[in-house]
Write a protein that binds this ligand. Structure first.
Ligand SMILES: NC(=O)c1ccc[n+]([C@@H]2O[C@H](COP(=O)([O-])OP(=O)(O)OC[C@H]3O[C@@H](n4cnc5c(N)ncnc54)[C@H](OP(=O)(O)O)[C@@H]3O)[C@@H](O)[C@H]2O)c1
Length: 156
């Protein structure tokens, strides 16, 4: 599987159940990379989006037996791995990034060069775990922030 996330300078990804930033270029990047693919998310992220992401297979991790329209739910990693293809994208949030990072070999990380008071974080892609930057974009500017797209691959 692959990870896609937007993180602040401290690894922050969310606050009060919402995203930290609203950057249209990053939204377009997310859409371009994930459209036509499977997206895997935690129940809290799903509820914050409020509906399935269009033109994508949506899988939500939850221990509850809720039924969301247009979404497949799974209650464990084992169940997820049984039904999920290799080309799926883990789209958050913090709990689910942490849970599924060991099953991922590629990460698309948008780094936003700003400090925030985030209350949800994602783990660092550490080089001791084999994560290496294989591609990076130029630095862009929008809504008063600088940001940059990084692609990581894991070799271990
Ligand atoms: N910056 C970004 O790129 C980005 C991307 C996505 C989300 N976010 C932000 O991240 C925040 C949400 O993250 P979060 O960590 O609070 O929640 P989350 O990871 O979205 O969802 C957590 C939920 O996933 C389910 N879950 C977790 N582990 C499970 C397991 N082993 N088996 C079955 N279900 C499992 C549980 O649902 P139940 O409680 O229903 O059992 C749990 O409460 C929001 O602020 C959101 O905006 C940021």
């Amino acid at each position: 599987m692959k990870i896609i996330a937007a993180v602040d300078e401290d690894g922050g990804i969310g606050k009060n159940g919402k995203l930290l930033f609203n950057i249209s270029k990053d939204m377009a990047y997310f859409k371009k990379i994930t459209t036509g693919k499977t997206v895997v998310m935690g129940r809290k992220t799903y509820e914050s989006i409020g509906k399935p992401l269009p033109a994508r297979r949506n899988i939500v991790l939850t221990r509850d037996s809720k039924n969301y329209q247009g979404v497949e739910t799974v209650s464990s990693v084992e169940e997820l791995l049984r039904i999920c293809d290799n080309d799926a994208f883990v789209i958050g949030g913090g709990e689910v990034y942490k849970l599924l990072m060991p099953y991922c070999d590629t990460a698309y990380i948008t780094r936003i060069f700003k400090r925030t008071d985030a209350d949800v974080f994602m783990p660092e892609l550490s080089d001791t775990d084999g994560w290496r930057v294989v591609e990076k974009s130029e630095v862009y500017h929008e809504n008063d922030v600088n940001f940059q797209f990084f692609t990581y691959k894991r070799t271990l």
